[in-house]
Design a protein. Structure first.
Length: 128
């Protein structure tokens, strides 16, 4: 029987990098929602092993899964696809604050709460 690598066309390096990053964002969001691969796969109507291949960047995620995936994980398609969700009025890379916000949004919920509480304390002190 043919192996997985013989059934799919080879990805170019740019595509491979994109799908690995996409898979990492899916896995991170899944863990933040405290879902197992099996639970998310069932909600998407796919096999757990297929989801594992998407998360590892070994298979291309079909566009038809995006609506259900974004709804289930509570992400916008821009965030899921790694697009800059902050619109800039000026050209250039996002500010450090915008980069930090994006990084925080990828953390598990418990760590997001911790960072939020720390920010609340700092902001409360600056208002005194």
């Amino acid at each position: 029987m043919a192996g997985l690598s013989t059934l799919k066309p080879a990805m170019n390096p740019k595509d491979e990098q994109f799908f690995k990053a996409l898979g990492a964002r899916i896995a991170s969001a899944r863990r933040a929602h405290e879902l197992t691969q099996q639970q998310l796969a069932e909600q998407l109507g796919i096999a757990q092993q297929t989801l594992a291949h998407y998360e590892g960047g070994r298979l291309r995620l079909p566009v038809s899964l995006l609506p259900e995936l974004t709804r289930t994980l509570g992400l916008s398609s821009d965030a899921l696809l790694g697009q800059n969700v902050y619109r800039h009025s000026k050209r250039g890379p996002p500010s450090k604050l915008q980069q930090q916000i994006e990084a925080i949004s990828q953390l598990p919920k418990a760590r997001q709460r911790f960072v939020s509480e720390m920010l609340d304390m700092v902001l409360a002190r600056t208002q005194q």
